[in-house]
Write a protein that binds this ligand. Structure first.
Ligand code: ADP
Ligand code: ADP
Length: 233
């Protein structure tokens, strides 16, 4: 089954200086259960692509289908609703809500998606146990190590059981031990069927995936199953 399809995505950033042609025509199909790494040098457009796939940024042109449904006509509000159900996202700098406890950070998306407080608590307890964070429920994000914060962010991303997990340089601000831990967790969720897109400039981390997309200058330069054979579709 197809989790997400992107067709001819284009995105140019207009900042201070010259326009940055970050994504220049990307076609991509993500199938259920795939662990896809998007790798390539800094500035290649990987982060922009991930933001497009997660609906955090609108493309200048091109389309995204989620679960077979075209998102072209989605309002921001509709995107927010669909993202909450269908897409979990983790970032390099965690983006936890700093004035909410660990428990509240994880429960919030569940509550916003309509879970009862009891359901949200149960999900949160299961995820925090799974991620080795029992005893940290009442901590504030700023009291945790980077590795712990990223595990909280993973719990928050997965609390609504989204079909797709997007990870944007999730180990980019972690030491090597915490990096191994986050990669181990991604692999574990993948083995259970979680579809994952991992953006990383680190080719060693990309090798944990079963499909590696090399991104260069806003385009897919190579798209291969890890054994080296070109992927289908
Ligand atoms: P995030 O907060 O998730 O990183 P942003 O949209 O702020 O999302 O940034 C996405 C990426 O683009 C980051 O790698 C950031 O460093 C880079 N970036 C953001 N703003 C600019 C800019 N004005 N010029 C160049 N790069 C930028
Ligand atoms: P990568 O994740 O591969 O490092 P990015 O998607 O962050 O690449 O950036 C691609 C290009 O777009 C870069 O030239 C970057 O400076 C630019 N860019 C990214 N985000 C922004 C932004 N919010 N505003 C302006 N330029 C940006």
């Amino acid at each position: 089954a197809q989790v997400l399809r992107a067709q001819d995505l284009v995105k140019t950033h207009h900042g201070e200086g010259a326009p940055a042609h970050a994504v220049r025509g990307v076609d991509l199909t993500l199938r259920q259960g795939e662990f896809v790494a998007v790798t390539g040098p800094s500035g290649a457009g990987k982060s922009t692509l991930l933001h497009l796939l997660g609906g955090l940024t609108r493309p200048d042109s091109g389309s995204i289908w989620l679960g077979g449904e075209c998102t072209d006509a989605y309002s921001e509000a509709r995107w927010a609703v669909e993202r909450r159900k269908r897409i979990g996202i983790v970032f390099q700098f965690f983006n936890l809500v700093s004035n909410l406890s660990v428990a509240d950070n994880v429960e919030l998306p569940a509550l916003l998606a309509g879970a009862s407080p009891r359901q949200a608590r149960t999900e949160r307890e299961e995820l925090l146990a799974e991620l080795g964070l029992v005893g940290k429920e009442r901590s504030m994000p700023g009291e945790l190590s980077g590795g712990e914060q990223q595990r909280v962010a993973l719990a928050r991303a997965l609390v609504n059981h989204p079909p797709l997990l997007l990870a944007d340089e999730p180990a980019g601000s972690l030491d090597s031990k915490a990096t191994r831990e986050v990669m181990r967790l991604l692999s574990r969720f993948h083995r259970r069927g979680q579809t994952i897109v991992l953006v990383t400039h680190d080719a060693r981390l990309a090798s944990a995936a079963d499909r590696v997309i090399s991104f260069f200058d806003g385009r897919i330069a190579d798209d291969a199953e890890l054994d080296g054979t070109p992927s289908r579709g």
